[in-house]
Design a protein around this ligand. Structure first.
Ligand code: FES
Length: 378
């Protein structure tokens, strides 16, 4: 319980451990003590000492507390130091791995996005985990275990409390071994560098601009409608049962997830007289374009115009197409207009016809963007 500072921690002068114990500066200055000349990175002399005393507040004085100068077992502490440094260095490598993965793994396809997510999540998670493990080992094996108690103070800080805080902070900086163990300190700083610059790399995700990719699909004149699942083309004669609904995709793109995300289509067969028709030249909202149909077969985009879920639940009685995500409902006999729910646009109609072999084909692209509305669509 001895205090090695000849002035005592509560005196007006600077504690010995902050001034290095020398007499060439500090207390020798005329007019009182000067600021300590501690240089960051310079280890203070090791000495056990009594921690900050109680500073005159009400209540019983807490028992004296002694702060050990070093861990009890220096060899064990050295091992812990190496372990902590290893964790921080591995965290640094994982952080660099994150940056490399971000720069080298493209995101042009769904498969690439999957790979990128795994690599980015794995490396970033590993870096943060290793930082946490290193910090935990540091606290448990290098910092002293002491119990601290303190009386409650008034909310307003007095000058002596501010001074006490300053001393406590500097005391904590010392006892954390952050200054004394440069290997740990530098490896920690190195580990955080790649994480600090990682947000700059993430700015790349703000571009490039989508161009017209949101406005178009791969559908074009002459592409056959292939049944999703079997990949077979279909003729109007095969699709002759009124009330039927089939999911189809464009010929050559059924295995292309990126293309199918926008190009998925449903075809529905109606009885004669059930559809409310309009002409393509003079389209009327709430009507199905007649010359874009074949034998009362109508093709609509399967991508919900609310948030893009697949809208393929069909009620044969009401002729309603239902999106299961938020219950938007579209009337298939009236141009797939919205009758209920949060969607604000009809499902776009795909113009269809038959080719020379009698199979259903697209006779053109969609005449409007499919899927959710976005800011440029107005
Ligand atoms: S995505 Fe279809 S209703 Fe929301």
């Amino acid at each position: 319980m001895s205090n090695t500072n000849p002035q005592g921690p509560g005196d007006a002068g600077w504690p010995e451990y902050l001034t290095g114990g020398g007499s060439s500066h500090g207390a020798d200055q005329p007019g009182g003590p000067a600021a300590p000349r501690r240089v960051i990175g310079t280890p203070p002399p090791s000495a056990a000492r009594t921690m900050l005393p109680d500073r005159g507040h009400d209540g019983p004085a807490p028992p004296p507390r002694e702060l050990p100068a070093d861990p009890d077992d220096p060899r064990r502490a050295k091992k812990a130091e190496l372990l902590v440094a290893a964790c921080f260095i591995l965290a640094m490598l994982a952080g660099f791995g994150f940056l490399v993965a971000y720069g080298t793994i493209g995101v042009g396809t769904i498969v690439k996005v999957q790979h990128s997510n795994w690599a980015l999540g794995g490396t970033l998670g590993l870096a943060l985990l290793l930082l946490g493990v290193g910090a935990t080992l540091w606290v448990r094996h290098l910092m002293p275990t002491v119990e601290l108690t303190e009386n409650r103070h008034p909310m307003k800080s007095e000058p002596k409390d501010i001074e006490a805080f300053k001393e406590t902070f500097e005391e904590g900086a010392e006892t954390s071994q952050f200054v004394k163990r440069p290997l740990v300190r530098r490896s920690l700083i190195a580990a955080t560098i790649p994480l600090a610059v990682a947000p700059l790399f993430l700015l790349r995700d703000l571009g490039p601009l989508p161009g017209d990719s949101l406005d178009t699909t791969v559908w074009r004149k002459g592409l056959r409608l292939l049944i999703y699942g079997t990949g077979r083309p279909i003729t109007p004669a095969e699709f002759s049962s009124p009330g039927s609904l089939v999911s189809v995709g464009p010929e050559g793109y059924l295995d292309d997830d990126d293309a199918m995300a926008k190009a998925a289509v449903i075809i529905i067969k109606f009885r004669p007289g059930q559809i409310s028709f309009t002409a393509a030249n003079y389209p009327v909202p709430g009507k199905t374009v007649e010359n874009w149909t074949v034998d009362n077969i109508v093709a609509y985009s399967k991508v919900c115009t609310h948030l893009g879920c697949p809208a393929a639940l069909y009620d044969q009685v009401t002729h309603h197409i239902l999106c299961p995500c938020h219950q938007s409902t579209f009337d298939a006999t009236e141009g797939a207009r919205v009758t209920f729910g949060p969607a604000t646009r009809p499902l776009p109609q795909l113009p269809i016809g038959v080719d020379s072999q009698g199979y259903l084909i697209a006779t053109g692209p969609f005449n409007q963007p499919v899927g959710p509305s976005f800011w440029e669509r107005g």
